[in-house]
Design a protein around this ligand. Sequence first.
Ligand code: SF4
Ligand code: SF4
Length: 190
Amino acid sequence: MTQAALTIPVQSELAEAVFRESGENVNLCYQCSKCAAGCPVSYAMDYTPVQVIHAIRLGLEDLIFGSKTMWLCASCETCTTRCPQEIDIARVMDAVKIIALRRGVRPAVPRVASFYKAALANIRSFGRMFELGTIMYLKLRTLDLFKDAGLGIKMFRKGKLKLFPSFTGARTTRRIFRRVKKLEKESTGT
Ligand code: SF4
Ligand code: SF4
């Protein structure tokens, strides 16, 4: 056994954190690569899903938190349905994102993180997705004001972008957000 092998934790702290967050045990993985083979976004990722799972098991935190993979994951769940060990890999990807944000790690693909924040703020305010509001929020956050402006105009002309939000269900949605916040505080003890 090499010195390196001796220093690699078998049950890493990161694997435990992922388990606490998602209920998924990455140590069940036997590296068959079915998840990576079916992932429609793996061509754009710096590490494939199977590599991410392995890195979590080894506790390679710098690699995981510096990786673009979890931010590019489309949550399509192809990997999850293919895994013979029934590991919900999409959920693991979400768990890693949550842990990264909680630890103050800068997202490797900031635009995706900004989109999540914009979408959530929008749904919290209006009860459902108000696309124009999300786009405006995102543009202001990224200061990327004119990219895709032509596409936006086309969507507006075809009636795909509404000028005003509907507020349907806004009160219920706000209640759900408050409840989730409370549960999060209870689970993290903050
Ligand atoms: S499909 Fe499941 S068992 Fe196979 S490599 Fe991916 S996570 Fe591991
Ligand atoms: S859920 Fe994410 S990692 Fe899994 S196949 Fe879809 S894009 Fe790839």
